[in-house]
Ligand binder design. Structure first.
Ligand code: ZN
Length: 565
């Protein structure tokens, strides 16, 4: 392709609404244009990247015996009513009506449709296991579409669904997809980690997220400095071990007038915050519960929801706490609490000589000793992990990193096969429910995540596996006959060898061409300038700062080596 013929509208400035690097660079380098909030056109450069990502996904999915199909974007409401999700999906679903006033939606996901297809066509255990996938647009009416392709309202996904005879079969299908995802993201040249993730309060089933590591990532992950453990910090397990007792001093009531927060109380009593106790009150499914954690810790509500097996959890308001404890919320503690269920973080179990509220306005206790002074408590891992906590697998320190979720593998179990009656006959002619898994990859999001991970102050640095073009050939002076002829000769030779090449044939200053080349992020740049008269051209890799002067006949071996390594 020649630049003069291409639609690649690079910009000097970035639109003000572009908040993150990938959004800024994809707009500036002429890859995407916004048509409405969260809705984008993919211009030719972007489409080439998307196609490469899709090709890698397809090849690896096909290799793992998954079959591609294509499901409708427009889905009838009946199926969603059958699964029970039409009424609960909420405002994120784009809904529409046909001319007969029948309800439809634009698919935010395809569990209902695929289960409908499979229940109609798969009847025997002999047809299982089966894994079906598609690559197409999904629709979610985000409240605040932002960050370019990261949180759009229309986006491209690969979604796969596995159907098995039983949960052992699902375990195998899940592992196969996990391994397939590793191959896919390895091939894309991305630095990523599969991490254990939250499967929801009721679930408890396995799920992993595939995170591309990037400074601006939305998600925080904890990974082990020594073994392969990694998890979303939302669920990172913490093993708190027994600590030695600090003292056996008796409880001592002290005045703490107007000192209600942990910071205020600790400062007033001159004790470290890690030797105070924080008592919280929640409304969980209509019942009040008390949660106790170390004063300097943060409660992890996802862990608490999982422990309580509820999706409904809310902080109790001041008034109801006041009524329950007969005391200002700033002075409450589990001391003498019998009628309310008390949950405590594992770490609290071993605390001695701690500060806690006196359940009396203006007073705290010193020297509280959990196992001596408090009533019945249910201990569990309830706090948020901090960097340096020990790995739950090997006890080495955990390190934090930010990531962008680009894929997820999830064990659905029988949630949809049960509500939609996807059944098969086993060897004995007995009806059984199919067991399902689902596996997503955000295709358009992967392109954005790749930019978040691979850029510098000049522009994008595409991994060569998914770059829109592999090489750009630049004649310094397009008007100079020798320079242009030689550049065009190299361009044609590279095309003939099967490379994806762009020839920058514009009559622009060479600085402009270099800037665009760096901005767009071609992995290789070949420059033909006036030294061509002495048989010298310039070779430069985008991710190296130095260029090399070489002879044209060295070029092809060098390029072959670059793309093979
Ligand atoms: Zn470890």
């Amino acid at each position: 392709m020649k630049v003069t013929k291409a639609l690649m509208p690079t910009l000097r400035d970035v639109p003000a609404e572009a908040e993150i690097v990938s959004h800024q660079l994809l707009v500036k380098a002429g890859f995407i244009r916004r048509n409405a909030a969260g809705i984008y056109s993919y211009l030719p450069l972007a489409l080439r990247v998307l196609r490469k990502i899709e090709t890698i996904v397809r090849e690896e999915m096909d290799r793992s015996d998954a079959q591609e199909l294509l499901l409708p974007i427009m889905q009838p409401a009946e199926l969603w009513s059958e699964s029970g999700r039409w009424d609960v999906y909420g405002d994120e679903m784009f809904r529409l009506k046909d001319r007969h006033n029948r309800d439809f939606c634009l698919g935010p996901t395809h569990e209902e449709i695929i289960t409908d297809v499979v229940r109609g066509e798969v009847k025997s255990y002999k047809q299982l296991p089966m894994n079906l996938y598609q690559i197409q647009n999904k629709y979610r009416d985000e409240r605040r579409p932002r960050f370019g392709l990261m949180r759009g309202r229309e986006f491209i996904m690969k979604d796969a669904y596995s159907f098995d005879r039983d949960s052992a079969g699902l375990d195998d299908s899940y592992q196969t997809m996990f391994d397939t995802y590793v191959k896919i993201f390895d091939r894309m040249g991305l630095d990523y980690r599969p991490v254990e993730a939250d499967s929801g309060a009721i679930g408890g089933d396995d799920t992993h997220e595939f995170m591309v590591l990037a400074e601006n990532g939305e998600a925080l992950i904890a990974y082990c400095s020594s073994c392969s453990y990694a998890s979303n910090v939302e669920i990172t397990e913490i093993n708190d071990t027994a600590k030695e007792k600090l003292s056996e001093k008796p409880l001592l009531k002290v005045a703490t007038p107007d000192k209600k927060t942990i910071e205020e109380v600790a400062a007033h009593l001159e004790v470290p915050q890690d030797n105070t106790l924080k008592t919280l009150v929640f409304d969980a499914d209509g019942e009040k519960i008390v949660v106790v954690i170390r004063g300097d810790r943060i409660l992890n509500e996802i862990k608490l929801k999982r422990l309580l097996k509820t999706d409904f959890l809310e902080k109790a308001d001041e008034e109801s706490i006041q009524n329950l404890f007969n005391c200002d919320p700033g002075y409450i503690s589990p001391l003498g609490i019998n009628e309310i269920t008390v949950y405590a973080d594992n770490e609290v179990k071993y605390m001695t000589d701690a500060v806690c509220g006196a359940n009396e306005e203006g007073y705290h206790y010193l020297h509280a000793n959990t196992d001596r002074d408090f009533g019945e408590m249910t201990f569990s891992d309830l706090r948020e992990v901090v960097e340096g906590d020990l790995c739950p697998k090997c006890n080495e320190p955990l390190i934090f990193a930010r990531g962008i979720e680009v894929g997820q593998v999830f064990k659905l179990g029988t949630k949809y096969s049960e509500s939609l009656s996807a059944k098969y006959l086993d060897e004995n002619g007995k009806e059984q429910i199919m067991v399902m898994g689902c596996y997503g990859i955000g295709v358009s999001r992967t392109m954005a995540a790749c930019v978040e991970q691979n850029y510098d102050d000049r522009g994008i640095i595409w991994p060569k596996e998914i770059a829109p073009y592999q090489i750009v050939v630049i004649p310094v002076q397009t008007n100079d006959e020798l320079q242009y002829t030689e550049a065009e000769k190299i361009y044609k030779e590279l095309l003939a060898k099967g490379y994806e090449v762009m020839l920058d044939d514009r009559k622009e200053r060479v600085g402009v061409k270099f800037n665009d080349a760096d901005l767009i992020g071609y992995p290789l740049r070949i420059t033909v300038g006036k030294k061509i008269a002495d048989g010298i051209i310039e070779y430069k890799e985008r991710n190296q700062s130095e260029s090399e002067q070489i002879q044209p006949d060295e070029l092809y071996d060098k390029i072959a080596t670059f793309f093979k390594k």
